[in-house]
Design a protein around this ligand. Structure first.
Ligand SMILES: Nc1nc2c(ncn2[C@@H]2O[C@H](COP(=O)(O)OP(=O)(O)O)[C@@H](O)[C@H]2O)c(=O)[nH]1
Ligand SMILES: [Mg+2]
Length: 351
């Protein structure tokens, strides 16, 4: 069984950056990972790409050959990929079963809310042994405006119902939230989607004509009671670790490092070893983990980190990095010194 993610969301929501961030994180943790670019319009791919749809079809070719616009061309590319599913399957087989696979989708939202090709491709992947979760990225900027927030809720719900996968909605770029001014509510109001009636005031002030329609949409979303959000600041390791845990839980993925993978000092890769000696799913020692603060799993901590006390946290983290940098330098100097001392030839002193 191969685990992985279908990374979807509107253009600019941060899909490719997230894939790159996850690649860096997993590489640091010795977790094998491969990224499949399924966006034929993706020109500057930031990450090492294991499989690229552009070697099957490009958006430009589709548009020129069939006289289509960018949207129609994109739908054609996905239909073409579905028709040539064997091409994808053959390349995925070459990756090996231990790789965690990210599928970087195009930003056209209809691909994950209406159009059938992506859905059918995902279904076939499931039949070939993939256990995938949908990771739906939405720019956190949308929560700064009640009507945009409603549209993001609708979009997320639609994608959940359409893709029929374990589904994680994510408010991306939370590190930028502070620069958009004060939010009407705390961050947990937006992530937990508990009581949308609080939005009535803002919605009727912004667009009085559509107030009743907006409230009807709110109650529809509440009736389904499905939508909620995680948060993401891609450069923040804690944020990435927390999201990784949530996704692993949704797919049921438990990563056990291979026997020959390098382990932290003192770790034993043995199922019978005491828990504190075993590396966990992140390749870290449980005892080592207990020394550091756990990933920011509570949304109130995220609010404190990125909104309420952002400057203080930035200063604190900068000081931490400086200290860690100094420790690494000291350690290197000590090691070099030790090698020099051990390597020095024994000179017999003659008197
Ligand atoms: N500040 C910040 N910028 C981000 C984050 N994620 C993505 N971006 C930026 O958002 C822009 C669009 O990202 P990209 O990955 O190309 O979006 P895509 O179209 O969904 O693949 C790029 O300029 C990224 O650098 C984030 O977590 N924080
Ligand atoms: Mg992209």
């Amino acid at each position: 069984m191969t685990f992985g993610e279908v990374v979807c969301g509107s253009p600019g929501s941060g899909k490719s950056t997230y894939c790159y961030g996850k690649h860096q994180l997993f590489t640091a943790l010795n977790r094998p990972i491969a990224i499949v670019n399924l966006d034929p319009a993706n020109e500057n791919i930031p990450y090492p790409c294991a499989i690229d749809i552009s070697s099957l079809i490009t958006l430009q070719d589709a548009m020129e050959e069939h006289g289509l616009g960018p949207n129609g061309g994109m739908l054609y590319c996905m239909e073409y990929l579905e028709a040539n599913y064997d091409w994808l399957e053959d390349r995925l087989k070459e990756l090996g079963p231990e790789s965690y696979v990210l599928f970087d989708l195009p930003g056209q939202v209809e691909l994950s809310t209406n159009h059938e090709s992506v859905k059918r491709i995902v279904k076939r992947l499931g039949k070939s042994g993939f256990r995938l979760s949908a990771v739906h990225l939405c720019d956190a900027h949308y929560i700064t405006d009640a009507s945009k927030y409603i549209s993001v809720l609708m979009l997320s719900l639609r994608a959940m119902l359409h893709l029929e996968l374990p589904h994680i909605n994510v408010l991306s770029k939370v590190d930028l939230l502070k620069q958009y001014g004060d939010l009407d509510f705390n961050l947990d109001f937006y992530t937990e989607v508990q009581d949308l009636s609080y939005l009535e005031n803002a919605l009727s002030t912004a667009s009085p004509r559509f107030s009743a329609l907006n409230m009807a949409i709110c109650s529809l979303i509440e009736d389904y009671s499905l939508v909620g959000f995680e948060t993401l600041a891609v450069e923040d390791k804690e944020s990435m670790l927390h999201l990784t845990r949530v996704i692993d839980k949704a797919t049921g993925c438990i990563f056990v490092p291979s026997a020959d993978a390098p382990l932290p000092d003192g770790a034993v890769n043995d199922a019978h070893a005491p828990p504190a000696q075993r590396p966990n799913a992140f390749g870290l020692m449980t005892s080592a983990m207990s020394n550091v603060r756990g990933p920011r799993s509570d949304v109130r901590d995220v609010q404190e980190r990125w909104i309420d006390a952002r400057e203080e946290w930035d200063a604190y983290e900068k000081a931490q990095w400086r200290r860690e940098g100094q420790l690494v330098k000291d350690e290197e100097a000590r090691r070099k010194n030790g090698i020099r001392q051990r390597g020095a030839p024994d000179v017999e002193m003659k008197t």
